[in-house]
Write a protein that binds this ligand. Sequence first.
Ligand code: ATP
Length: 359
Amino acid sequence: MAYLTLRDINKIYPNGFHAVHNFNLEMERGEFIVFVGPSGCGKSTTLRMIAGLEDISNGDFLIDGVRANEQGPRERGIAMVFQSYALYPQMTVYDNIAFGLELQGADEEYIDEKVRNTARILGLTDYLDRLPRALSGGQRQRVAIGRALIRKVGIFLMDEPLSNLDAKQRVTMRSEITQIHRETGATTIYVTHDQTEAMTMADRIVVMKEGYVQQVGTPRELYFHPVNLFVAGFIGEPPMNFIRSKVRDGKISIGGAELDISGKLGGQQGKYNGKEIIFGFRPEAILLGRRENACVLSGAVELTEMLGDNVNVYITMGDQQAILKTDPHDAPDTDSNIDFSIPFESVYLFDGETERVIL
Ligand code: ATP
């Protein structure tokens, strides 16, 4: 049986705004799930309903098979870390971490053991006597996580916990949180708008848009098998290239090149004849030059961006634009014309109207 079940969960705020529509998810014990999507898509609202900080308008929330809609946050056995990790400024790291257990009236020896163990997991052992102001942003966030982790809870919720950190600290904390999760085994739900965080940390990702779940899957599933244009464009950096074009007899035309996509359309060739589709390919999926078993396109190089391990090449093909990712050693020159190939298996087609992937 699933540990957490969200069944047709909806949130309608008192002002009538319908923020979350029929959210369904089953989570196994110990899983690390990431809710990802652009600002306002309903991720925090869903997390707050799970936490018991926000009423569930309708639908069922079950913990271990038992309906928990009416339970308060404490009864649910939940700990939460927020974006703003307000620590008590006048208390040491030790006291900040110990605070929750002290409130519960736990005995001193027990608290001491728990604080030291939590500090060890979080790499804070050497900082226990410091005040928060003498810590870096990343260290402060670790204290906030420690404060939440010290109580024994089944469910650990995090809402954009890294958004106050700089880019370098975020990268470090990403792997640290993954490590902490491995050590504690707590069932975790993590909210972010950052697809890189989602891809690097999650066992499974829930992609949301405008209150609706778009797709649930492993990072690999979302990257290779997006169900629609939104997921395809949201996962991956730089994003997937999209080019709209009308199908004529199994062919489309892009920047003067005619591409035979009949193999991709298969039995649906008739259905799409005369209709608009969206041709998609990832910047990193291309090969320079003309290849077999591939869609071959030509473009003019407008700009190149050297990133060290790769180069982003911005090209135009007639009135269409795309980004290609190449090895720095064979990056083309600005203003040159290039041919490149997209292997058939790396081509995605989406319905021009529904924006669903064509399989
Ligand atoms: P962000 O990353 O910006 O926090 P989010 O995906 O977490 O975005 P939510 O905070 O869940 O989004 O908000 C979802 C939608 O619900 C937004 O359009 C927001 O304006 C709306 N909303 C949030 N709280 C309320 C409220 N108390 N009353 C009415 N609408 C609200």
